[in-house]
Every structure is written in structure tokens, then in C-alpha cells.
Design a protein around this ligand. Structure first.
Ligand code: S3P
Length: 452
């Protein structure tokens, strides 16, 4: 695909107005997957129509699941096949850029006894998969990889009966947890996951909605999740009049949120944002940095807390953000880095090792992009970052081209930097933004921001 550069100019007008956020990527993947495994039809409203989620839909279709979009009621309709009704795909399952899609589907297809070969784009093919294949191998899945380091392409062949697993993931990863839980649906017995650092719990919430026997308790500072194998999953939203409502994605909200905080006199509302406590870390950290962010209309929706968020321009100051904050804002560091670049004083972030294995090496991409645009940083260890804020008028020089490395969040973050830089900031490629936020530029235009 041809690269599409995009430029952000200094924003002289405040951001004003309101937007309805795109569907949450994590919740969208999980809704499609559980709907596919349920008995009955599920109607889903607000599903993210980004390339990542569409890749998951396509993979499920290749395994015999019917997934259609009904234009008249704006709902996706998934006809569930039950946990033994999926068929082996005739071709490779290509997940493009979607780490969540491929990792969760490895667990799901293992659980339903379907062998498949998984592929992805250049970024996804460089990402570690051993964190998924190790526990799946312990459950009895055969893994075939042509590389010494386990990366895509990969072929997985599950045994006739999976073994249940009692597993303590070595890294804080909701994808690892979700893959094991989805596999655990097909295991004979109880699957247990012991999380030292709790991660987003959308899998648990969604499994509960579909009737799985799943429990979470806290023991010796670990979150312990237990799931009984071989449940009967029942579609809980059979009609389009009462569909499964997907919440707005806080990871996509991050960019407009930071833009409104930085551009003087801005005052915006982001509607329908997911407020899951494992996802609202950025909002809480920004508030500590001085941000005025208010929640209105809080409510429960499909097992998740959601609300509308009012964000007003606020002068920010740097703080120290420890490793304990990482899990609840793992995808938000690119946006946070831009806020820190415009804050008074230093912001110090710790525990960032996982940023190195996202869609790009995000720690390296953030440092390179900030430095190229005149923002000073320091990183003494492999997993920390100090950003020296330059909040005064015209202090962020800008003027550079930022390499996005096939990473949607690096792309959106540096467009936001351009709004408060002295010179325009250009990103080398905006195409990946469509993986998670296809309407990003039009939503920003609704708030008064135009990228060219
Ligand atoms: C996700 C988990 C996180 C996050 C990703 C979505 C999920 O990944 O970065 O964008 O939906 O489970 P890790 O599990 O690798 O931390």
C-alpha cells in the first residue's frame, strides 16, 4: 500500500464541540469472537469498523461463521456456531496489523479444535508470539513455526481434547490472558490464570455476559481468574432492538483528549467512553498533571462502565508515573508523551518494557519523534523515559517528519504534537490509522482541527 504522509499545523483556534467515539477495539474483537461461539444470533451496535476488527470478522467467516452488517438498524449480526461448530479455514488467516485479533484467535481456534495457519503484515510478523504459544503448547496444541523466535507465520494444530491450565503469565498481558481463557472454553476442567498485575478484563466481562462460569478473586496480591471448560454459551442479545452496545474506545479518545488539553480555550465532549478501571489510567494520570476532565452521564452498558467526558484546556505539569500505572494505560503512552512534551517540568515514566513489542518499538519511536521535533528526552534504562516539557509558547520547535513504523498510535500522537509546535509536524504515513480509528481525521475536523 502506498504511504500517505499527513501534516499538522499549529492550531490557532480552540477545539470545540462533541464527537461520539469509535467502538472499543478490545471489546469489539471479543464481542465478535464470543458471538461466533454462542448458540443463537447476536446483534452488535457500535462495533469498531477498523481494519483490525474487520480482520477478525474475516477470519471467523473463513471458519464458517456468518457475520453481516444490517444497514437499516446499524447492527452487525453474528450467527453463532456453538463451541463445536467452526470449520477449518481453507486458506491462511491473515490478520494484517492486528495483534489482539491474531493472539485471541489462536486461543479461540485451539479451544474449538480447529487447525489453522496465521499470518500478518510486516509489523505483526515481527511481534513475539511465544507468550501465546507457550501456554497453548502446555494445553496440548502443536505449534509449527519456521523461525527460531516464534513469530508469524505460525500453524497451530490443537489436540482432540485440550488440557486445562493453571498459569501465571510472566508479563502483564490481557492478550495472553484472553487467549488462554478462549482456549480454556474447550479444556476438560478448570483453567486458572494468576495475574500479578491485573490487566483489562473485557474477556471476563464478555464471557460472563454469554453465560460462561468465570470467577475472579484476589489472593496474595494476585488476581485469580477461574473458568470452567465446555460451557454452553448463549447469545444474550438476540434482537436488533436490544443489541450488544460497544463502548467508545478510551485509547482512541486519548488523542482528542490531549489535543484539547494543550490547545488554549478548548472545551470538548467525548461521548460514550469506556470507563473500565483497567483502561482509564490516562485520564487519571492527566488529572494528576493538572487536567480538567469531568465525567457526565455514567452508566453500565454490556458489562462495562461508560460515560461522557468533558475535556477543557488546562496547563499541565510533569509528574513521575510508576510501573504500577502501566497496565491501565498501556496503549496511551504515545498520547501521554505528547502531553508531557507540553507540560511544565519533567515527566518521568517507568516500567515501559512492553512498549517495545507493540505495533512498533513505541519507546524508540516516541523518543525519535520527540527529539526530531526539538523536545528533549532521556532514557537511562531499557524501560524508562524522561521527557523535558516545553510548555511556553513556541517552545516545541516541530518541523520534522516523524517515522510511524506501521504504528497507528505513533501516527495520531505526532499529529497532535503538530497542533502545539512552532513549525508543522509531518508523519510519513497515515494509512495505519485506519486499523483502530478510521474516522480520526473527520472526528478531529468536527472539533475544528484539519490535518493536510
Ligand atoms: C489488548 C491488550 C494490550 C493492548 C492491545 C489490546 C487486548 O496488549 O496493548 O492494544 O485487547 O487484550 P497486551 O496484552 O500485549 O498488553
Amino acid at each position: 500500500m502506498d504511504k500517505k504522509p499527513l501534516t499538522a499545523h499549529r492550531q490557532t483556534q480552540p477545539l470545540k464541540g462533541h464527537i461520539r467515539l469509535p467502538g472499543d477495539k478490545s471489546q469489539s474483537h471479543r464481542a465478535l469472537m464470543l458471538a461466533a461461539l454462542a448458540h443463537g444470533t447476536t446483534h452488535i451496535h457500535g462495533l469498531l469498523q477498523g481494519a483490525d476488527v474487520l480482520a477478525t470478522a474475516q477470519a471467523l467467516k473463513s471458519c464458517g461463521v456468518s457475520i453481516t452488517y444490517e444497514d437499516e438498524n446499524k447492527c452487525w449480526m453474528v450467527i453463532g456456531q456453538g463451541t463445536s461448530g467452526l470449520s477449518a479455514p481453507q486458506q491462511d488467516l491473515d490478520f494484517g496489523n492486528a495483534g489482539t485479533g491474531v493472539r485471541l484467535m489462536m486461543g479461540l481456534l485451539s479451544g474449538v479444535g480447529v487447525a489453522a495457519r496465521f499470518t500478518g503484515d510486516i509489523s505483526l510478523s515481527a511481534r513475539p508470539m511465544q507468550r501465546i504459544t507457550d501456554p497453548l503448547a502446555q494445553m496440548g496444541v502443536m505449534i509449527e513455526s519456521s523461525h527460531k523466535e516464534i513469530t508469524l507465520p505460525l500453524r497451530l494444530t490443537p489436540p482432540p481434547q485440550l488440557l486445562p491450565l493453571d498459569y501465571t503469565p510472566p508479563q502483564a498481558s490481557a492478550q495472553v490472558k484472553a487467549a488462554i481463557l478462549l482456549a480454556g472454553l474447550g479444556a476438560a476442567g478448570t483453567t486458572i490464570i494468576r495475574e500479578a498485575h491485573p490487566t483489562r478484563d473485557h474477556s471476563e466481562n464478555m464471557l460472563r455476559l454469554f453465560g460462561a462460569a468465570i470467577e475472579t478473586r484476589i489472593e496474595e496480591e494476585h488476581h485469580i481468574i477461574t473458568l470452567q471448560g465446555h460451557p454452553q454459551l448463549i447469545a444474550p442479545f438476540p434482537t436488533h432492538a436490544d443489541p450488544l452496545q460497544i463502548a467508545g474506545d478510551p485509547s482512541s479518545a486519548a488523542f482528542a483528549m490531549v489535543a484539547a488539553l494543550l490547545v488554549p480555550h478548548s472545551d470538548i465532549v467525548l461521548e460514550n467512553m469506556m470507563l473500565n478501571p483497567h483502561r482509564d489510567g490516562l485520564m487519571r494520570i492527566l488529572q494528576k498533571m493538572g487536567a480538567t476532565i469531568d465525567i457526565t452521564n455514567p452508566r453500565q452498558q454490556a458489562g462495562e462502565r461508560v460515560g461522557d467526558i468533558r475535556v477543557r484546556h488546562s496547563p499541565l505539569h510533569g509528574i513521575t508515573i510508576g510501573a504500577d500505572a502501566v497496565a491501565a494505560m498501556i496503549d496511551e503512552y504515545p498520547a501521554l508523551a505528547i502531553a508531557a512534551a507540553h507540560a511544565q517540568g519533567e515527566t518521568y515514566m517507568q516500567g515501559l518494557a512492553e512498549l517495545r513489542v507493540k505495533e512498533s518499538d513505541r519507546l524508540a519511536a516516541i523518543i525519535a519523534g520527540l527529539n526530531a521535533n526539538g523536545v528533549a528526552t532521556q532514557s537511562n534504562h531499557k524501560d524508562d523515559l524522561r521527557i523535558f516539557g516545553a510548555p511556553e509558547k513556541n517552545n516545541i520547535k516541530g518541523g520534522a517528519m516523524v517515522a510511524t513504523h506501521h504504528d497507528h498510535r505513533i501516527a495520531m500522537a505526532f499529529l497532535v504534537l503538530g497542533l502545539v509546535a512552532q513549525n508543522p509536524v509531518q508523519i510519513d504515513d497515515a494509512t495505519m490509522i485506519a486499523t483502530s480509528y478510521p474516522d480520526f481525521t473527520s472526528d478531529m475536523a468536527k472539533l475544528g482541527v484539519r490535518f493536510v
